[in-house]
Write a protein that binds this ligand. Sequence first.
Ligand code: PNW
Length: 566
Amino acid sequence: MRMPWSLRSALTAYFGILALFGQAKSFETTVTLSLQEYWNEYVGPIEVADINTTVEATPIPPRELIPPPGLYYPSYPTGQQVPIQKKNESWSFPKDFMFGVASAAYQVEGAAKDEGKGPSIWDALSHRKPGFITTNETADVADNQYYLYKQDIARIAAMGVKVYAFSIAWSRIFPFGSGQVNEQGLAHYEDMINTCLQYGVKPAVTLYHWDMPLALQNSYGGLLSPNFIPDFVEYARVIFTRFGDKVDFFTTFNEPSVFCATFPYPEGFFKPTTIPDKQQQFFCSQHVLLAHSQAYHLAKSELNLTAKITIKLNGGYKIPLTNSTADAEATQRSWDFYEGLFANPVFLDGDYPASVKEHVSSFLPPLTDDQKALIKGSADVFAHDSYTSQFNMAPEGGIAACLANVSDPLYPTCANSSYTYAAADGGWNIGPAADPGVAWLHKATDWVPRLMSYIQETWKPRDGIVIAEFGFAEPFEQQKTVLGDILFDQARQAYYRDYMEAVLIALAEGTNVIGTFAWSLIDNLEWNSGNSIKFGLQYVNLTTQQRYYKASFFEYANAFKVYQEQ
Ligand code: PNW
């Protein structure tokens, strides 16, 4: 069989001719190729299956008949013409439940150098390191919330939301991280907080959501240095002093397990460090714990704040893949090196989990008794960003072999993870995947009650648990061009409906969940993925900066409409 000559050959020949004669001149000719040549030219070698003859049928193994984790379908039709879903009378959210939405300064504010703001490491990397944000975008303008916050807060209130959880950009308050305070920055957040209160929305404020003042990174390596601690505490002092009478919920750090794992930073940008790459995250973690606990005691003992103060941790429920001892051990190591690294010191005994302690003992100064005493108990509630869950299992070659091999990619945690059930349990995904750009996120709302009771039983927080972020990146949302299609975000709707029901189940089981902050108030710059990933409960037209409620926002609000105790 002969096929007509194709475009790529034509182009090759065209550029060949250009090179030969040095002038823009095209030509046409016709060549015929065999089917095989055609494959070779345009596709290349083709893999051949091992089995390439007809195979007889075999009985279907029972495990293949295990159904997937369920999706929810009511037993009646849905739609605007059908009355709202009936209530489960045994469920309710307590009266003072903190029904909130969340965002973070760098991701939504824009106004990157306005009103005296200094640069953060994210401003530097997004501008100077091509590909650091894969879309090569910056947050120079972002959602422009720095100027549009009044409307944003009005839209929060209009949906009946009770809490707005946002972060303060440190480099707006201290443009160089320390030293001179920028009054314009403080005045800005003061007005934002006042506006919230005016609308009946409680502000919940995070001090550090990843936007390290560039000057601190350049002068001493930011979180890699103990110099960070007094600078953070001074920043906290300014915020607590100014806003402590208006804000009743503060978090010091957002997700240290995530930002400490971003070390080492790209070479050639900031102050170089002599700390070996794999140790950097533990130095960062220690400085976080020390800075957090000092800020906590400053607020409580010196400034007499009555606000709840905590640190925001994150992670999924960790499920042993099989009932083997090795998988149980791997799962425990996974807790230890993720939440436990922060939660054990803060909520238990002031010190790291044993497995972590063993690992860091050769390079990290041990916490002193005084430090441990400061860290222990330095959080009123457990703030946890609980998006998803995963299975954990021992590495292929076993935990011991991994621990003996520092270059094993799983070292030092030496636990593997997966988003699929074991083959013997059906092999299904734990739940539907979010956008392919967010590989870590699957809907796993059925595990939320287990995660909540695990947190409560393990770390016993005094004043309960706040789910300080949860949300879903609707698959392929950035590819949609019709507004109405963007707003009808079915996968995210299902996520919020099932998630809130899971919280109601957790409450009914006696777990003290005191609030939920949905991520996110609006579509925003998703860190290294830029605007290609959407987590918003509202769509933002980045040309007009107009906001539009998505269907999922109504789903989230409806959970409270139906189940909030009056
Ligand atoms: C959080 N994980 O990050 C952050 O606090 C937000 O700023 C971010 O936009 C949001 O979640 C969505 O990504 C996470 O790997 C990053 O499990 C990674 C994980 C979880 C949360």
